[in-house]
Design a protein around this ligand. Structure first.
Ligand code: SAM
Length: 195
């Protein structure tokens, strides 16, 4: 999907409530928050901010970034309504974005898998800059339906991440999130930046 078309599509979908926008944070994130010391967290493709609110409620200082104006606006409103602080930026996770900080936790729930191959490279470079040594990267991504499929991840994507970061665990998602993936399988993966 090209960038402009994706931007239009996501904005249009956020006029209504897209299927992934459940208002509930996934257990893989909540479990991590229950055992981790709060620090600074970044949510890539933060949508309407449900996970920003969960993070901030657990004491994290949060920054969210999303392509779609409407979701950025909704995420700011959601944090505001919950009485929680956070910054939500309209931007491209694969582009040049100066966030002015590095993070102890970077979360991506459903964003990376929709990027094109060049964008994935830019995203991974950004991830290197945005993740602190000792920081954790938590990813949820759909699998490709076929090797030609532009949407979704393949083993090559996980190899890229493993060449940059230490893989703590990977598992196929037991629950099919209602996230517009057409019911295809997905993987959760957690990485740590060692140095
Ligand atoms: C499937 S939604 C998931 C939203 C949110 N993480 C959640 O779990 O509700 C993917 C999100 O990634 C955003 N997105 C897609 N490509 C992006 C890009 N290049 N830069 C920033 N955000 C992007 C979309 O606007 C959308 O909000």
């Amino acid at each position: 999907m090209n960038k402009i078309w994706r931007w239009i599509q996501f904005n249009l979908r956020y006029f209504a409530r897209p299927p992934w926008d459940t208002g509930v944070s996934p257990p893989e994130l909540v479990d991590y928050l229950q055992s981790a010391q709060p620090g600074q967290a970044l949510d890539l493709g933060c949508g309407t901010g449900t996970n920003l609110v969960t993070l901030a409620a657990h004491g994290w200082r949060v920054v969210g970034i999303d392509l779609a104006w409407i979701s950025v606006w909704k995420a700011r409103a959601k944090l505001n309504k919950a009485g929680l602080a956070g910054h939500v930026i309209r931007g491209n996770v694969a582009g040049q974005v100066d966030l002015g900080a590095a993070f102890d936790l970077v979360v991506d729930i459903g964003c990376y898998h929709s990027l094109g191959p060049h964008e994935r490279e830019g995203y991974r470079q950004n991830l290197q800059n945005w993740l602190n040594p000792g920081g954790v990267y938590l990813l949820y991504a759909h699998h490709k339906a076929s090797p030609e499929d532009a949407h979704g991840v393949s083993e090559a994507d996980f190899e890229h991440f493993s060449s940059m970061l230490h893989c703590q665990w990977r598992k196929q998602s037991d629950e099919r999130r209602p996230d517009g993936g057409g019911g295809r399988p997905a993987t959760w993966a957690r990485y740590e930046r060692v140095a």
